[in-house]
Design a protein around this ligand. Sequence first.
Ligand SMILES: *[C@@H]1O[C@H](CO)[C@@H](O)[C@H](O)[C@H]1NC(C)=O
Ligand SMILES: *[C@@H]1O[C@H](CO)[C@@H](O)[C@H](O)[C@H]1NC(C)=O
Length: 186
Amino acid sequence: MSSFSTTVWLAITGLVFVVGYKIGKTSLSTLPQRKSRQKKKNEDNNNGSDSEIIPFNQPDDQQINSDNFGYFKLVLLIRNDLNMTKGKVAAQCSHATLACYKSLQASNSKMLKAWERSGQMKIALKINDETELLELQAIALSLGLCAEHITDAGHTQVIPGTTTVLGIGPGPVDIINQVTGHLKLY
Ligand SMILES: *[C@@H]1O[C@H](CO)[C@@H](O)[C@H](O)[C@H]1NC(C)=O
Ligand SMILES: *[C@@H]1O[C@H](CO)[C@@H](O)[C@H](O)[C@H]1NC(C)=O
């Protein structure tokens, strides 16, 4: 009797395993993972012309918990006219990253999670001046992206109140590229 129930138990376990495996395979195959890796390769020069990317403005749990490497990014737009030192730029970018993180945590925590689990891509880009910074911030906000600029207290190197860096995102790569796809790497 006990060997019979062991056999039944083993059969049921096997069945559950096979069914579970099939469900797992099916749900994984509905996600555009391979495309995202291919996209990553084309992404190195910030070329936003690939239209295959699918936007995830409100990622669902499956997208958050899957490997969507390269689908989300944060861009840091650095004013090139201020002649800031490397250390100053690093500090300003850190401020901007933190500001965007806090802002998105309040407004779209699912997007933040998806970015955190997809490699936390950050790209530093060059802009000419404050006018360009404010223009791009307005465009980003109009597309529903998070866009936080940093104003320096001016203890070192720049005049107090100077805007230094604009952070856009984290958000879907294809939407951010609509705003910053034309900019050069810093
Ligand atoms: C971006 O991609 C398009 C089409 O794939 C190509 O024509 C263009 O030269 C690329 N731009 C850069 C900067 O590589
Ligand atoms: C930055 O350097 C450029 C070229 O050397 C110079 O023309 C400009 O005045 C400098 N800007 C500031 C804010 O120091």
